[in-house]
Design a protein around this ligand. Structure first.
Ligand code: 13P
Ligand code: SF4
Length: 335
């Protein structure tokens, strides 16, 4: 239920977003554009955001692209249309800037699967290992890591380390397992998964492939091994998007969150994109966290500059080191 601004602020912590009455006749696109200019704000959006948010964003990308963009922006305010760990990464890189997230409750099942206190014990049991963490983790996990990676650079980063280097990979066991296989490594894997990418039905995908023998199956490496095994191409969201643009194929079965289909369709209007079917009754493979952000919440957060990401300075400094290392390595690897 909509309330006035003062009440909304009181409820903000519990609800995660500002719920203030918006004039239904307001052109939200125009208002957001106006506020962006007035406040020197930039909107960074992940491909999994709803189409309206992607359309109003200044930059749309995967986790690596978004981190790189956050590092170089000269805006005073960053509105992060994504999930909490992404906005947190932007704040870690930009302590002096205001970083806003339209809904603070936009979390991540993968990040939640790796609590820092439990992970610290695991790490302490393996003192001869270095820790590479997928960016989909909390600042607490980043602070316990040596290098951060994303699905765009994980394999190249792992490959750049000496073969004998012992590695713990956290928190995604599917991405870690995929890299182990591709790189001939034996990294110790944390047992975390993404609720969106582990839901695909191998049986339904196989049937779909039989109905569309000309289609290429493309999958995000957070998918389970059985899906990755039959995929024609595996890559981050940006890599999947590029593949659909450069491939000669005209039909694609896409095994990742459905938000990416918006950019795929815009980039290749003549091609057909079929969302890979999940193993659930509602046939829905939207990320419930990503989809908590709406155009209305984005407008309100830009207008009132709330909710804001804040962080303890010691934690920020500790979490920044492995992110800086990733950004530097990515530069050296030409990413
Ligand atoms: P990328 O942005 O690296 O493709 O990862 C997808 C994802 O799950 C983000 O939460
Ligand atoms: Fe986390 Fe998966 Fe949602 Fe990405 S898609 S934010 S990994 S739950």
């Amino acid at each position: 239920m909509a309330v006035n601004f003062d009440e909304a602020v009181v409820h903000l912590e519990k609800r995660g977003f500002l719920d203030v009455n918006i004039d239904p006749t307001l052109d939200l696109f125009a208002e957001i554009e106006r506020l962006k200019k007035e406040k020197n704000a930039v909107i960074l959006a992940h491909y999994y955001q709803e189409a309206d948010i992607q359309d109003i964003a200044d930059y749309i990308g995967d986790s690596l692209g978004l981190a790189q963009e956050a590092e170089k922006t000269d805006a005073d305010i960053i509105v992060f249309a994504g999930v909490h760990f992404m906005a947190e990464t932007a704040k870690i890189l930009n302590p002096e800037k205001k970083v806003l997230l339209p809904d603070l409750k936009a979390g991540c099942s993968l990040s939640d699967s790796c609590p820092p206190s439990v992970f610290k014990k695991f790490k302490d049991e393996h003192p001869d290992h270095i820790v590479i963490s997928y960016i989909n983790c909390s600042a607490g996990i980043k602070a316990l890591s040596d290098i951060i990676c994303t699905s765009s650079n994980a394999k190249l980063i792992v490959d750049s380390l000496p073969k004998e280097q012992k590695i713990i990979f956290a928190p995604d066991k599917n991405l870690g397992g995929y890299i182990n296989k591709e790189s001939g490594r034996d990294m110790l894997l944390w047992n975390g998964t993404c609720m969106v990418h582990e839901i695909f039905s191998l049986e339904k995908i196989t049937k779909l492939k039989m109905r569309h023998p000309e289609a290429k199956l493309i999958a995000h490496p957070e998918c389970e091994e059985a899906v990755l095994k039959i995929a024609d191409f595996v890559g981050s969201t940006t890599q999947l998007l590029k593949y659909t643009q450069t491939s000669d194929a005209t039909t694609f079965i896409v095994a990742t969150e459905t938000g990416i289909l918006h950019q795929m369709q815009q980039a290749s209007p003549g091609k057909t994109f079929i969302a890979a079917p999940p193993d659930n009754a509602c046939a829905c493979n939207d990320c419930p966290h990503m989809k908590l952000n709406t155009l209305e919440k984005l407008y309100l957060c830009l207008k009132y500059e709330l909710p804001e990401i804040t962080m303890d300075e010691d934690l920020r400094m500790a979490a920044k080191k492995p992110i800086d290392r990733m950004l530097q390595m990515s530069k050296e690897l030409g990413l």
